[in-house]
Design a protein around this ligand. Structure first.
Ligand code: DX5
Ligand code: ZN
Length: 218
């Protein structure tokens, strides 16, 4: 059996009830929470920023792990505010910065873990040169910006290649992942699974989370 950590993307939840939705996901077996920050510039959508994260942290207490998916044009700008707000991991996009090395250093100095994300059009080789310095690689399986899109299976070779090169690296997939597509991700070697609409759109999120965790590889 294959086990991965499941991080619901609360973008697909009732945003007027965000604190309660986060608690509900943790009660349903989520291992961590994936929080999608969008600035309307890096992606054509807007969500929330560090003031919301600060409120959420107060609402849910110290335990849930916040993986911040920073879909923003100036990731350097929000490192300190996010750390102060209670974020645990800062996952920025390689496409959004000219100096990944100094950003990685800043994130570490602020006490957060480091995630590095690539959009579907970015090669995994571009990410690989930083892989030794990060905690997690995020291979996007949709164009970032919206929940509920179709899983891009042709991203799986990126995951398999990363897994073969970096056996102990955390590898996250994000976009269109649910019970129908989890096998592909598991086979390729992803061990952190983001799922938005499949989990939050379900009447029974607990069962969906359990299904995602318990994939049997052939
Ligand atoms: C897309 C976001 C994803 C999204 C996932 O830009 O990064 O986290 O919310 O939602 P689903 O699982 O519905 O594709
Ligand atoms: Zn995301």
């Amino acid at each position: 059996a294959y086990t991965a950590k499941i991080g619901p993307s609360i973008l697909s939840s009732d945003l007027s009830q965000l604190g309660r939705e986060c608690e509900r996901m943790m009660e349903c077996g989520a291992d961590y929470l994936h929080l999608d920050v969008m600035d309307g510039h890096f992606v054509p959508n807007i969500t929330f920023g560090h003031p919301m994260v600060e409120c959420l942290r107060k609402a849910v207490g110290p335990n849930p792990f916040f993986d911040m998916h920073m879909m923003v044009s100036r990731p350097e700008q929000w490192v300190r505010p996010m750390a102060a707000a209670g974020a645990n991991q800062y996952t920025f996009h390689l496409e959004a910065t000219t100096n990944p090395g100094s950003l990685i250093k800043e994130i570490r100095e602020s006490g957060m873990k480091v995630g590095l994300a690539i959009k579907p059009g970015t090669t995994v080789e571009e990410l690989a040169q930083w892989a030794g310095q990060i905690d997690m690689a995020l291979v996007m399986t949709v164009e970032p910006g919206f929940g509920g899109q179709k899983f891009m299976e042709d991203m799986m070779p990126k995951v398999s290649w990363l897994r073969s090169q970096f056996p102990s690296l955390d590898i996250e997939v994000d976009g269109g992942v649910g019970p129908d597509t989890i096998h592909r991700c598991a086979e390729a070697g992803a061990n952190m699974i983001v799922s938005g609409s499949a989990v939050l759109g379900s009447a029974d999120p607990r069962t969906v989370i359990a299904l995602l965790k318990d994939v049997v590889l052939e």
